[in-house]
Ligand binder design. Structure first.
Ligand SMILES: CCCCC/C=C\C/C=C\CC/C=C/CC(=O)SCCNC(=O)CCNC(=O)[C@H](O)C(C)(C)COP(=O)(O)OP(=O)(O)OC[C@H]1O[C@@H](n2cnc3c(N)ncnc32)[C@H](O)[C@@H]1OP(=O)(O)O
Length: 286
């Protein structure tokens, strides 16, 4: 059922030519709580809120996409992407979406993820990922799409760990990784499915700053975003595109092929068996 979700904002944001209320058309009533949009002085905060781990289900992916569209529509210049779930940035794609799926939903799921990546990686808005918890796989991908990454120190890890689940990072995950940390580090980390501590991530350039606590990280994320926002927007965006446009073009031109590859690969017996075992191992932990 379609529902109209209303985010109420205070009216103090000069860079957003916006009315007081932002209306977002979402697919289901449950989407309303998945992403929290907060208006700040000159930018927005986009906080994922899907307890316990911000897994990227179809609804979560669509809610993120809708939130970005809404910000773009309101001429927002920049945002901080973060999590409202303590200790977790995002656990990546919701594995249950890929395990024993219907073909129809699996296709919609993947196609929505493609859309979100194209939107986020190609965004005209400046963005900073405030990584306040674990960020494996799809969580790492979201962070890498931002222009800067600030991570809170602690036990959280970040990286593309797909091979540990018996799956393979799609070419556009790989391209994003290579554009962020370079070819050699990507080749090694992709094969090993490496998850990095904040300090290790800093060392290989997967994150830009590591801060001791969420408060310090928030302050740095804000000042980092403001630094990006001080650069003339068109020059900044076109410079970003110099690095990202080949990867974006590749997916744009091969969306259907990528969708079919994913569906065929994800539904093989071997992958389904591996995902089942992985889900069990997560459940056993508890
Ligand atoms: C032939 C060429 C092929 C070309 C390739 C083509 C296509 C590619 C095909 C496939 C690629 C698909 C890409 C996938 C990218 C991904 O994002 S996969 C997801 C990877 N994510 C993970 O591995 C993270 C798993 N989770 C954790 O490690 C931990 O949960 C955590 C994040 C570290 C948090 O730990 P914590 O102790 O706080 O929480 P719990 O572990 O107790 O979890 C709580 C609760 O949440 C459930 N859960 C956790 N993660 C997920 C998830 N990603 N999806 C769904 N559910 C998740 C967990 O099971 C618990 O549930 P409960 O027991 O019911 O409470």
């Amino acid at each position: 059922m379609m529902s109209l979700v209303t985010f109420t904002r205070n009216n103090a944001l000069p860079l957003l030519r916006t009315s007081i209320t932002v209306r977002i058309q979402l697919n289901s009533a449950s989407l309303s709580s998945l992403v929290r949009l907060e208006e700040k002085q000159g930018y927005a905060v986009v906080a994922m809120h899907k307890p316990p781990v911000n897994s990227l289900s179809l609804e979560m992916i669509q809610a993120l996409s809708e939130s970005l569209s809404e910000l773009e529509k309101n001429k927002c210049k920049g945002f901080i992407l973060t999590s409202a779930c303590p200790g977790i940035f995002s656990a990546g794609l919701d594995i249950r979406e890929m395990y024993q799926p219907t073909e129809e939903r699996l296709k919609e799921f993947w196609s929505s993820l493609q859309t979100l990546w194209l939107q986020l990686y190609g965004s005209k808005m400046a963005s900073v990922a405030l990584i306040n918890g674990h960020a494996p796989a799809g969580g790492c991908l979201l962070a890498m799409c931002c222009d800067s990454r600030i991570m809170v120190n602690g036990k959280s890890k970040i990286g593309l760990n797909e091979t540990k689940l018996g799956i393979v990072a799609p070419f556009w995950f790989k391209d994003t990784f290579v554009n962020t940390i370079g070819v050699r580090q990507s080749e090694r980390a992709l094969q090993l499915g490496s998850l990095f501590t904040p300090d290790e991530a800093l060392k290989i350039g997967l994150v830009d700053r590591v801060l001791p606590d969420p408060e310090a990280a928030t302050a740095v994320a804000e000042s980092e975003l403001k630094e990006f926002l001080q650069i003339p927007a068109m020059a900044r965006y076109l410079s970003k595109m110099r690095i990202r446009e080949a990867a974006l073009k590749d997916l744009l031109e091969n969306r259907e092929k990528d969708l079919n590859t994913f569906v065929n690969f994800a539904t093989t017996d071997a992958v389904q068996k591996g995902l089942g075992i992985y889900l069990q191992s997560l459940a056993k932990k508890n």
